[in-house]
Design a protein around this ligand. Structure first.
Ligand code: ZN
Length: 111
């Protein structure tokens, strides 16, 4: 293991990437809607039904994918994984940029 704390941190982050392999793009959003049944609790415009969607870009086009209630917590975790992945990627690239600026001629170092 390298003694440089930045390299240790980078190595930890790189090794943690597999933990986030189920990550999903986009964001989980909740919409409240009426179901259309005249006798339902929602018919007065209150007590609407929450409906979860994964809001994503697919080939550049915004899509809202319906998420059934029993999968909401799973999808929430998978979307959060992507945010943690991006934080880790930013930390890794920040470390690499600092190292590059300190000594731009150096070879890539092993982790
Ligand atoms: Zn309803």
């Amino acid at each position: 293991m390298p003694s440089d704390p930045e390299l240790q941190q980078r190595g930890r982050l790189v090794r943690s990437l597999g933990r986030w392999r189920e990550m999903l793009p986009g964001s989980l959003v909740v919409r409240h809607r009426q179901c259309g049944k005249p006798n339902c609790r929602c018919a007065q415009g209150q007590n609407l039904h929450p409906q979860f969607q994964l809001s994503v870009l697919v080939q550049g086009q915004p899509k809202a994918i319906h998420i059934p209630a029993h999968r909401v917590e799973q999808v929430r975790r998978w979307v959060e994984m992507r945010q943690r992945f991006e934080q880790a990627a930013k930390t890794i690239t920040d470390i690499n940029l600092r190292r590059f600026l300190r000594s731009p001629e150096q070879e890539p170092s092993p982790d």
